[in-house]
Design a protein around this ligand. Sequence first.
Ligand SMILES: Cc1cc2nc3c(=O)[nH]c(=O)nc-3n(C[C@H](O)[C@H](O)[C@H](O)COP(=O)(O)OP(=O)(O)OC[C@H]3O[C@@H](n4cnc5c(N)ncnc54)[C@H](O)[C@@H]3O)c2cc1C
Length: 556
Amino acid sequence: MRWWGWGDPARAPAVGPAMLRLVGETVGISPRPRPPVALARVQLPSAQLPEGARAELQALLGDDAVRDDHAERVKHAAGRGYPDLVRLRAGELAEAPDAVLYPGRPEQVGALLQVCAKRSIAVVPFGGGTSVVGGVAPLSADHAAVVALDLRELADLVHIDAESRLATAQAGMRAPALERRLAARGLTLGHFPQSFEYVSLGGCAASGGAGQASTGYGRFEELVVGIRLTAPAGEIALPAQPASAAGPDLRGLLLGSEGTLGVIGELDLRVRAAPQERRFEGAFFADFPSGVSALRALAQEHAAPAVTRLSDEAETRITLAQAQAAAGAGSGEGAHESMRGALQARARSRAGRAYLRARGYGEGCLAILGFEGTPEEVERARARAHAVVRSHGGLPVGRSPGEAWQRQRFAAPYLRDELLTHGVMVETLETATQWSKLASVHRAVGDAIGGALRAGGTPGLVMCHVSHIYETGASLYFTLIARQREGDEIEQWRAVKQAAGEAILAGGGTITHHHGIGRDHAQWMTREVGAGGMAALRALKAELDPTGIMNPGKLL
Ligand SMILES: Cc1cc2nc3c(=O)[nH]c(=O)nc-3n(C[C@H](O)[C@H](O)[C@H](O)COP(=O)(O)OP(=O)(O)OC[C@H]3O[C@@H](n4cnc5c(N)ncnc54)[C@H](O)[C@@H]3O)c2cc1C
């Protein structure tokens, strides 16, 4: 992972002139590129582990497993949210861990927590470090120091029980590594967040996420059957029972605990047969409400494919314009084909005409439907889903838009880095709400973000899609782009975030559907779960983490 951004530099897609022109015309770009500073120029607060702590931790973990060099501290100083990237690229980090710990054996975790509790050192569990809500921010609160606890050495696949369709893995294992091992046995976990390339299983469990195929496979918490957590006060080991009536679901208390209760060390995960076929297609709707009603029917009639997404008019417009820009640059065969498919469909329906209007900056909404299973299952599911789509005025438009989405499904964070270099703010935020409120929350949050950007003098573009659907409601995922206010990027972001958070809660949405609470959403947690809910969470934390060293400043 690039220390200032996302991913493998070799895989970073170039943003061509056509794309830059599109963004420039839409929101404006900086007249000169603004690359990140050199790593050596990043400023950090000085490291200050309490006297003797370093030696004690080294005796426990080994000399190489306690690191406090500049590069290690920078790499563990932030997650991958927009404000993280702004600070990293500017080389101005007000916070950094005093040291980074790399336990190599599971039993070392409990022992190091004892040392940290005794010496008042805050501990931030660190998986892939992809949190976008300040979940891995190295806050010491009122402790003497703070360490990042990097779990990458605890990354074994412990066991596969193919008969029970269960995989047991250590929490530091990365999602792609698990998928590779499962694929060799004809299995899959089915958790594919956009951050898939870097997430750890422990991070997914601790932050309550949902992958792009969650409609088919379930949210991450639904994939966790058993879990082991080491807290400063001791261990909790919940076995992988298929179901149990033994009191309240303690698993649910540990999932989404964001490192504030202890360290998740091992997980038993429900796995499935890997699909023989994956087929991604597009469908077009005349407008967002008709697309939403189709998605609701898909969910409520149990006809939804594994991946079910619907872009609003603004996101559709930009997606198609982007595809055209890419095609113009010679790399958009998929886009060409989808346009051809649409042309054929043009005269036949209102949605077809809308599709074409969207190409020319008119209205219309694109849905992506991803079917998985055996060829027979895929055909059956397609027939059912297409019937629902058509009965809501939609038009299936073939494979090209779906395949284009599939090719690009993990590309957005690379693109974000490129746009940041050109002085463009790119932020995403998300919520979920009941179907009956979806339209009003969509409108209110979009208006709030747009209003905050305009008030700050940088009118931007706000786009949204639905990407996780349930019988009772759905998620809304907003992407905003705007020209950065140079030198004032964090305040610009804060105003937008505040406005969006308030609009979400006022409209009846949840403050987060899958990014988690972390530091950035903590101010809204009481409104989300009530004073009683907070008291219960605090009581649990006081019991498991009596000195409050576990990830202070997050969640609670
Ligand atoms: C570009 C981008 C796209 C994203 N897309 C999605 C998406 O589609 N769906 C989604 O759900 N999320 C998404 N995210 C958010 C993020 O990737 C997820 O929250 C992810 O699950 C975090 O995993 P991680 O291993 O990186 O955790 P980290 O960022 O390392 O940690 C996240 C939180 O969990 C805690 N933690 C980590 N490991 C442990 C452990 N073993 N025990 C206890 N606590 C632990 C940390 O202290 C922190 O509070 C995206 C992020 C980015 C940057």
